[in-house]
Design a protein around this ligand. Sequence first.
Ligand SMILES: Cc1cc2nc3c(=O)[nH]c(=O)nc-3n(C[C@H](O)[C@H](O)[C@H](O)COP(=O)(O)O)c2cc1C
Length: 459
Amino acid sequence: MDIAVINGSPKGEISVTMQYVKFIQKKFPQHELKFFNVSHDILKIEKSPRQFGHIIDQVRKADGVMWAVPLYVFLVPSQYKRFIEMIFEQGVQDAFKDKYACVITTSVHFFDHTANSYMRGICDDLGMKFTEFFAADMDDLFIEERREALLKWADVFFSSIEFGPPCYRANLPIVQSKFAYKPGKAAGNVETRGQKVLVLADIENEKSNIARMVSRFTAAFKDEIEVYNVREIDIKGGCLGCIQCGFDNKCAYGDKDDFMNFFNEHMRDKDVIIFAGAIKDRFFSSRLKMFWDRSFFNGHIPLFIDRQIGFLVSGPLAQLHNMQEIMQAHAEMMEANLTGVVTDESADSGQIDEMLDALAEKCVDYAQHKYLRPRTFLGVGGHKIFRDELWARLRFPFTADFRFYEKHKMFDFPQDDVRYKEFSQQMIQMIQDPKMKEAVRKMIKTEMIRSYAKVVESK
Ligand SMILES: Cc1cc2nc3c(=O)[nH]c(=O)nc-3n(C[C@H](O)[C@H](O)[C@H](O)COP(=O)(O)O)c2cc1C
């Protein structure tokens, strides 16, 4: 069989993910896996209709498609997303339709589920027959059982192409709206009260809903706030995945473009950051994603500690829970507060105006009060993954992260929790006596709230 492997690593074939695919190729020599390094070659593919057309022709001829991609910042790399956007822009979905598809990701399991869910949505949108995803840890290839699982997963994919079983569609098609937002006049009475507000917008067309939402949001303020269009910042390309930034948070692009300067000059000192963009397929555009990916020159350091992060979104966000989860997770991993989200989905201009005014007021109020809601599983779990990874596996090359985590006491392993350890030790000792065990058993409920009740009484 002829399989098109759509390689998402910006490193081309010098890629961890590709080692997994090459291993599959070695064990299934009866099939031919053809590699298309779309992330690595994206700038050329964008410029050359011939090169894009060649890849699409090969997909059309293939018996099945293997999407093989590393995790980049909650999703796939921006270059991969750009390739996916081109499929829809150029109207070549038919090349993928009805073909069997599978997805393999490599990562450290930090939000690999959101990237896989995104890819599954794309396969559904393309009308593909999705078999299974394989969310490999980047080191799974070293473990025999994981190698076996990998081969089983590949076998399921190849057999599906051969025997043609029906496949479950996990995502309904997205319903798009044609609503055109017509902003009303803003009162312009929200004072920033010393809080620095920045809007980072992705605006392709000045007449689009998102452009209008951004200007209406800006007009809600009495004072000037900073607004930048991510398309006007000099960013030469997506993150290369070279991780040279690990030692000292310096991006390998250096001064070849303005990204690092822009980030250092404008993003670091803000109290409120609003990301604004229209949805393209099932997420923000690849351009906004490029901004997030390139921010990785800061490694795993939370960048907006105690700040407010909000979102203006044009498009069907309510239909995209995966995207909502990423937005929440992004704020939480930055140790920021997700202030709020405004979309144009109500299709009611007056209501959108009100929501934009309310968000403007809220982000200043929250920033002034340094209001931070507790992190959920997304931020708490994400932190634990980063902490554990930086402690050992990623300590090199991410030495700058290690220094930051140490300095800010972010290696908060439960092993250090002496109070609870000693308490547990005493209690375990106590329940060795069967009578005490029975007595303690009955007291657990009341004893458990004793110290909480004290706080309620005394504060
Ligand atoms: C810019 C960048 C962002 C990353 N983001 C994530 C992430 O969100 N979650 C994760 O688990 N791993 C993340 N990783 C780790 C890679 O997914 C992992 O190392 C992968 O195996 C690299 O594959 P490749 O060599 O094929 O490019 C990131 C790596 C880079 C360079």
